[in-house]
Design a protein around this ligand. Structure first.
Ligand code: BF8
Length: 635
């Protein structure tokens, strides 16, 4: 068993890792150790099992260039495998978007009374974008037509999807000229599967370019749909104060942790915990009430809109159960470790799956249906309450770490803050960049990965960026890591930010790191950057901006898709763990160098978060120079 300090920088997590060691309970870090040595062919991306003539693997040290049985080169195999990862990630995000569209459709037809379309302003703005008549119509009618039009974007067979047109004109022109404007959200994923089938595309550049189109159909399609329609249903976030880390679990209340990604059930659970019947039942069972907390991106959804505390990020899901205090963990889809059921079985914790897309052997399944959302939420809460008296068997250890944070920023409200009440534009932000108070912008996003010390990459990179006056926006597990380190509070600016950024944060009262939501909400970053370009003075394209992206601890296919739509939108993007592409020099060279001349963005791999931050800062400086900006104000 490894030393806990080498596994996580978070003191709360270290305590639970210690407990796991003492009680001989395997967690992700142990399984990674047990998995060593991991397959070198897989890591380099040069193993192909797309047909039954294989599996084929290319010897990277062979004297003569090898191919698979069909003749596929390392370049072809690596490119195919890489874009299949993009497709996996894009599929997950986009299917999430489809589910939200389905909920909106049912709500508009009066078939799902738990949903009320709380943000009419956004509903109407979206409707206008989709050329839907708004004036004089009821919101249900508008919403039904909008849901129908968005559904059509998934299966579109003619033309192109609409949301990428939110990008600056020059960016759209780049995509059109390259022939990678996304056509249908599902179509690009299907085409990835087709092109990578035995005997189809074997021009690695052609394969990769379609990979970018697939990623763009996620960032500017499926994910953007998920964000926008969630805003319509549950309201666009406003800045909100909340708490984070395992210390948000309660000793004397029923602890319910919601984990996964989609807000359709978890948002209703937020209402149901306030139901008098539920509160009464909890008290009857000896609890003081119900304590609802979130995990991973479901946490971000209900944090952003309701201030529900966040119990932890991806690598803390098992650790939450190790507190012995979780009475029920309700999971929907994505990033839910199959290992949860075995960890839960060592405690009294009840694990409940809710999506027909995600069941687990031996785990209670209560299927979610939008039409009965509230009743289902109550049923699950009752199950948690019934389980509260069973806690006694195993000692409860709740770490005290419990950090304040501010979340709830969006493309819609960032300009209100930076522009002030009377001047809701991006102008003051652009001016701050032009004048050298703010060096530039960075989106730091993505997962945890036990190959990198838990939260270390996120926290150190974020701190280094703000120290150098880079305004950072975060989502997903990065946001949770930064929250746990106290970086999402306005006071963090005084402790960690450079002088210029500090002045901005002080004037406006915002943290130096802005939490913009879950992983599908990376689409908010694309919209915000487009708005910054449109405001003027920072070039004509996202690729002109002094801006960069990063995923310092990424692990999922979704992160590959996100990184690819960042780079495909013109951003320099740094990954803490290399993509599994190093088995092809050509593919690596294309993605880490040549693509910059075509798409404006490119990738770099750097595990050291400080060095990675400086790659981003160097890039930002390069863009500032190209824009002929004056030196930074305080340098
Ligand atoms: O979608 S950051 S570990 S929780 S994949 Fe998963 Fe990665 Fe966390 Fe959310 Ni995003």
């Amino acid at each position: 068993m490894g030393k806990v300090e080498e596994r996580s920088v978070d003191p709360a997590s270290q305590k639970m890792l210690k407990r796991a060691n003492e009680e001989d309970i395997m967690v992700a870090w142990d399984r990674l150790e047990a998995m060593q040595p991991q397959c070198g062919f897989g890591r380099l991306g040069i193993c192909c099992r797309n047909c039954a003539m294989g599996p084929c693997r290319i010897d990277p040290f062979a004297e003569e260039e090898q191919t698979g049985v069909c003749g596929a080169s390392a370049d072809t195999i690596v490119a195919r495998n890489f874009i299949r990862m993009i497709a996996g990630g894009a599929a997950a995000h986009s299917d999430h978007g489809r589910d939200i569209t389905h909920a909106l459709m049912l709500a508009s037809q009066g078939k799902a009374d738990a949903y009320t379309m709380k943000d009419e302003v956004k509903l109407k703005a979206l409707a206008r974008e989709y050329e839907i008549k708004v004036d004089g119509r009821k919101k249900d009618e508008i919403a039904e037509e909008l849901a129908e039009k968005i559904f059509a974007e998934f299966g579109r067979q003619h033309g192109e999807i609409k949301m990428p047109l939110r990008a600056p004109e020059k960016r759209v022109k780049v995509w059109k000229e390259l022939g990678i404007m996304p056509r249908g959200i599902d179509r690009e994923i299907v085409e990835t599967m087709h092109r990578t089938h035995i005997g189809v595309d074997n021009d690695y550049k052609n394969i990769l370019m379609h990979g970018f189109r697939t990623a763009l159909s996620d960032g500017w399609g499926g994910s953007m749909v998920a964000t926008d329609l969630s805003d319509v249903l549950f309201h666009t976030p406003h800045p909100i104060l909340a708490r984070s880390n395992l210390g948000t679990l309660s000793l004397d209340e029923v602890n319910v942790v919601v984990h996964g990604h989609e807000p359709t059930l978890s948002d209703v659970v937020v209402d149901a915990v306030r139901d008098p019947e539920i509160i009464k039942l909890a008290k009857e069972k000896g609890a003081k009430g119900i304590n609802l907390t979130g995990m991973c991106c479901t946490a971000a959804e209900i944090l952003m809109r309701h201030g529900i505390p966040v119990a932890g990020n991806f690598l803390q899901q098992e650790l939450a159960i190790l507190t012995g205090a979780v009475d029920l963990m309700m999971v929907d889809v994505q990033c839910i470790m199959p290992a949860l059921s075995s960890v839960a079985s060592a405690f009294h914790t009840k694990l409940v799956t809710t999506s027909p897309k995600n069941k687990a052997p031996g785990v209670t399944h209560i299927e979610f249906k939008e039409e009965e959302a509230y009743q289902i939420a109550k049923k699950i809460l009752k199950m948690a309450i019934e389980n509260f008296p069973n806690r006694n068997g195993h000692g409860i250890q709740i770490p005290e770490e419990n950090q304040d944070l501010v979340a709830g920023f969006s493309a819609e409200n960032i300009h209100n803050f930076l522009g002030g009440t009377y001047r809701a534009t991006y102008r003051p932000l652009n001016d701050a960049i032009i004048k050298g108070r703010v060096r530039g912008l960075a989106g730091v996003v993505g997962c945890n990965n036990p190959k990198i010390k838990h939260n270390f990459g996120h926290i150190e990179m974020s701190k280094e960026l703000i120290k150098n006056d880079v305004l950072v926006v975060v989502t997903g597990c990065t946001a949770i890591a930064d929250a746990e380190a106290g970086l999402l509070q306005p006071e963090a600016a005084f402790e960690y930010a450079g002088k210029g950024l500090q002045e901005i944060c002080e004037t406006v009262g915002i943290p130096p790191i802005l939490h913009v939501g879950s992983c599908v909400d990376n689409s908010r970053i694309l919209v915000a950057l487009s708005n910054v370009v449109k405001e003027g003075g920072l070039g004509e394209d996202i690729s002109d901006l002094p801006a960069a992206g990063a995923a310092p601890e990424w692990m999922s296919e979704k992160a590959v898709s996100i990184a690819s739509y960042f780079a495909g939108s013109g951003l320099f993007t740094v990954l803490g763990v290399p993509f599994p592409i190093l088995g092809s020099k050509n593919v690596t060279n294309f993605l880490c160098n040549d693509m910059e001349n075509i798409l404006g963005g490119k990738f770099a791999f750097e595990a050291d978060p400080i060095k990675a931050a400086h790659l981003m800062i160097d890039h930002i400086n390069k863009k500032r120079k190209a824009l002929k900006f004056k030196p930074m104000m305080y340098e």
